[in-house]
Design a binder for this molecule. Structure first.
Ligand code: UDP
Ligand code: MG
Length: 150
């Protein structure tokens, strides 16, 4: 059974624009399993930890301000290849470079308003899951597993 997990987050602009259901739908349609979900209002320190690797970038203060502008939807998704596949569903960091059919390609224009986040490696996914869901994540084995995996 696939145990890979990723951290997917609908950013404040995605929440405000009513795109939470649309984003969840795309991950569900693909066959991934939602194993954690919470609407959260993270503080500055939490967001700085989440984006720690970008702290020296010139866009960092603007990124933190954007991420603090409203609630986010924090999610953990599980399934075969979900880290890389999640990034494919999201599209490129720059929405204008994202193909139609991807979340950012279909719904966004600016890199600083790109609707959703997805972990970029299995290792970072586990770090982000620990940061956003410190109490841990439990899940059940789906009845439909045999219809998704051969
Ligand atoms: N970002 C930005 N300006 C840039 C690059 C990135 O505002 O020039 C923001 C953008 O919202 C992006 C986030 O910083 O999603 C994290 O950047 P990263 O390179 O990790 O892109 P991602 O993994 O989200 O595609
Ligand atoms: Mg990233």
């Amino acid at each position: 059974m696939a145990t890979e997990r990723t951290y997917i987050m609908v950013k404040p602009d995605g929440v405000e624009r009513g795109l939470v259901g649309e984003i969840i739908k795309r991950f569900e349609n693909k066959g991934f399993q939602l194993i954690a979900l919470e609407l959260k209002t993270p503080d500055q320190e939490h967001l700085e930890k989440h984006y720690a690797d970008l702290s020296s970038k010139p866009f960092f203060p603007g990124l933190i301000k954007y991420m603090k502008s409203g609630p986010v939807v924090a999610m953990v998704w599980k399934g075969k290849g979900v880290v890389k596949a999640g990034r494919v569903l999201l599209g490129e960091t720059n929405p204008l470079a994202s193909l139609p059919g991807t979340i950012r390609g279909d719904f966004a224009l600016d890199v600083g308003r790109n609707i959703a986040h997805g972990s970029d490696s299995v290792e970072n996914a586990e770090k982000e899951i620990a940061l956003w869901f410190p109490k841990g994540v439990v899940h059940h084995d789906r009845v439909i597993e045999k219809l998704i995996y051969e």
